[in-house]
Design a protein around this ligand. Structure first.
Ligand code: DCM
Length: 151
C-alpha cells in the first residue's frame, strides 16, 4: 500500500483531552454480569456523594479510552473487565468535562467499593430507576439500557 495510514492507536489517538472540543473525557462503564447492570454510589466529593453513577473516571493524556475504563474499574472496584461497544452519545459534566460510556463485561472478580464509592448494586433491567442516579448519568443509563436490555 502507499500513503500513510492514520488508523490504529497511534500517538494522540483517543487521548485524554478531546481535540475536537477541548473537553476532558470521562469514561464510564455500563458493566454487565448475568443480565444485571452495576450501579455505584459515590462517596465524594460532597456535592456528588450519595448519588449513583456508572463507575469510571478521567482518561489520562495519551491513554486510550478503553484502557482508561479497564484501569478505572480495576482501581475502583478491584475487577477485570472487557470493554465492548460504545454507547452512542456524549453527556456534559462540569464545564470542560464530557461523559462517554462503553458497555463492559465482567471477566473476573467481585466488585468492591475500594475507591470513590461506598455502595454497589447490581440492577436487573426492571430496577434501573431504583437508585438516585447523578443527573448527568441518567440519559447515559437510559441509552445503555435501550441498547443492552432493549428497555
Ligand atoms: N463523573 C460523572 N459520572 C460518572 C463518572 C464520573 O459525573 N459516571 C464525574 C465525577 C467527576 C468527574 O466525572 O466530576 C471525574 O470522575 P472521577 O472523580 O471518578 O475521576
Amino acid at each position: 500500500p502507499h500513503g500513510t495510514a492514520h488508523h490504529g492507536a497511534g500517538p494522540g489517538h483517543g487521548t485524554g483531552p478531546d481535540h475536537g472540543t477541548g473537553a476532558v473525557v470521562v469514561v464510564a462503564a455500563a458493566l454487565l454480569d448475568r443480565g444485571r447492570l452495576l450501579a455505584a454510589r459515590r462517596s465524594a466529593p460532597a456535592d456528588l456523594a450519595g448519588r449513583w453513577e456508572l463507575p469510571g473516571g478521567k482518561v489520562e493524556p495519551g491513554e486510550r479510552p478503553e484502557d482508561a475504563l479497564v484501569r478505572e474499574l480495576r482501581e475502583e472496584l478491584g475487577v477485570e473487565a472487557e470493554p465492548g461497544e460504545r454507547i452512542p452519545g456524549e453527556w456534559p459534566l462540569k464545564p470542560g468535562y464530557v461523559l462517554r460510556v462503553w458497555s463492559a463485561r465482567l471477566l473476573s472478580g467481585d466488585p468492591l467499593p475500594l475507591e470513590d464509592h461506598d455502595e454497589l448494586r447490581w440492577l436487573a433491567p426492571g430496577e434501573l430507576d431504583a437508585v438516585d442516579w447523578l443527573d448527568q448519568d441518567r440519559p447515559a443509563v437510559a441509552e445503555a439500557a435501550r441498547r443492552l436490555f432493549g428497555a
